[in-house]
Design a protein around this ligand. Structure first.
Ligand code: IMP
Ligand code: MG
Length: 317
């Protein structure tokens, strides 16, 4: 059989009907590096398909004489990825095939990826290459939601609130500080006129146990206003229950609650949530505003840290 790289490519196949991507049947990974890459993508919650498309890149008369099947397709990025090793002979051949594919299918987004490029790819996926390499994913046990998943859900919440408050203006009230990024993204996803205000709460050791009180109060008077209380995460419900009562006492025209994460298993006080981003399991989570000992808030994704990171007496969830 002739070496594939020796096949001559006709000069004018561009635009002919054969130059349509053809779906191929799914198969098992051909190479351990592919399984590794799939594991890497799964860890970071990046959707992928393995070898979904074969592109004809050379013809012998009317017969396709050469195909190029990139290893992966990442639908969120509309990107084909061909993994590559350091073996120079193979790399040269892949470069040639890739060049041909780009000539024939100029709208197809494809890149040759070395293992060292993985973290650069992460930056494009919203993870931020610098942070992720210096923060050692070694700290991270499991990612629950990727930046893309968070952003998509926040947009949906924004759409829903915009529809529900059609023809009205509202006040978004956030409970500091975990709310920082969620509030910024949600407020920009809501298309109604709105004001933003914040309060913070603190736990006080009282005579009959721990109680919650307002530490920093609102600037605005919410009397007669349509208020949406925005919470990062609802756990026992104690914080939310307290804040909700405090706001209701001020006579808003209406009060609804929007929580990004709901850890329902931990509930002690029944609270009703009007908008919920994600229901999550009973694990201590960080990122996208949520902290552990004031760190990890700036991670653009939600994750669980390795058990070794938490101090034994700190986290009871
Ligand atoms: P609750 O009063 O028990 O519902 O607790 C709510 C507050 O605890 C949230 O507003 C967060 O500030 C904090 N919290 C609860 N669970 C987590 C978590 O998993 N990670 C980080 N902070 C959390
Ligand atoms: Mg909070």
């Amino acid at each position: 059989m002739a070496e594939i790289s020796d096949v001559m490519v006709p000069a004018e196949p561009v635009g002919r009907s054969a130059a349509q991507p053809q779906p191929t049947a799914p198969h098992l990974f051909a190479h351990p590096a592919e399984a590794d890459f799939a594991g890497f993508l799964d860890f970071y919650h990046v959707p992928w398909r393995y070898e979904p498309t074969s592109f004809p890149i050379a013809w012998d008369g009317d017969r396709v004489s050469e195909m190029f099947t990139p290893d992966f397709y990442l639908p969120e990025q509309d990107l084909y990825v061909e993994l590559t090793t350091m073996k120079q002979r193979l790399v040269t051949r892949k470069h040639r095939k890739l060049r041909r594919l780009r000539e024939l299918y100029p709208l197809v987004n494809v890149r040759l990826l070395y293992q060292r490029d993985y973290y650069e790819l992460l930056a494009k996926l919203g993870y931020g290459a610098v942070e992720i390499t210096s923060l050692q994913p070694a700290d991270i046990e499991r990612i629950l939601f990727s930046p893309a998943e968070l952003q998509a859900r926040v947009r949906e919440l924004g759409d829903q609130i915009s529809r529900d408050y059609a023809g009205r203006s509202l006040v978004l009230v956030g409970v500091l500080k975990g709310i920082t990024f969620f509030m910024a993204d949600l407020a920009r996803a809501v298309t109604r006129p709105l004001a933003i205000d914040y309060l913070s709460v603190r736990e006080y050791a009282g005579t009959d146990g721990v109680s919650v009180g307002i530490d920093r109060d609102l600037d605005l008077d919410i009397c007669g206003q349509h208020v949406v209380l925005v919470e990062d995460i609802v756990n026992t419900g104690l914080t939310l229950d307290y804040v909700q009562r405090a706001l209701l006492a001020r006579g808003p025209a209406s009060l609804r609650v929007c929580a990004l994460f709901d850890k329902g298993e931990r509930r002690l006080v029944p609270v009703s949530l009007d908008y919920v981003g994600f229901a999550i399991p009973n694990q201590f989570v960080v990122g996208y505003g949520l902290d552990y000992r004031e760190l990890y808030r700036n991670l653009p994704f939600l994750c669980v840290l390795k058990p070794s990171i938490y101090r034994a007496d700190d986290v009871t969830t």
